[in-house]
Design a protein around this ligand. Sequence first.
Ligand code: G6P
Ligand code: MG
Length: 217
Amino acid sequence: MRKYEYRGVIFDLDGVLTDTAHYHYLAWKNLAESVGANFDESFNEQLKGVDRMGSLNLILAASGKNFSDADKLALADQKNLHYQSLIAQLSPADLLPGAAESLQQIRAAGLKTALASVSKNAQAVIERLGIADQFDVVVDAAKIKNSKPDPEIFLTAAAGLDLTSDECFGIEDSIAGIRAIKSASMFALGIGSPVVLTEADVVIAGLHQFSLQDYLK
Ligand code: G6P
Ligand code: MG
């Protein structure tokens, strides 16, 4: 494991700090079925970390049918309304095990923290989880042009923290997100399965297994 004098940690949100990845999955599954596209957990892995229209385009391509731009916008809205109904009741109790402790550990050690989520719902989610004040910088869909796996979101987060890529590491549960971190030349800590996150530097099952000391000199 690479050990470096890290000064900042950049977190993905959905599937890392809270299980909203499951709610995205449910809402996409519902939409995929309504347009006649096959959808399962393995297809869903390709959508994680990918922005709303990018995900929709992958599902519509799998349906084998053609959709106008107006149809696509309506379908994206339909998925988002469903997703928003699923996250309406989120509260601090929905933080995944170890999430709050990891943020506290990192901040107590004097490192900076950033959020890097391509979700347009990210700000609302961190507010409901009660962790909005735990990030020095929040980079969401409004601040970037290119979705993961493009490195833009991680590079923007590092710049916002006033740190170099070498000084940061990223934490991600998605294949697209791990690729974005590696393209940003950062150490990538995967959350989930090493069988799925093959390009991560290290994979742990969840933040309940996170200990900052493992990554410091
Ligand atoms: C995150 C999730 C994706 C989701 C994307 C856009 O990256 O991992 O599953 O599609 O955000 O979310 P939004 O809330 O803007 O539709
Ligand atoms: Mg994620």
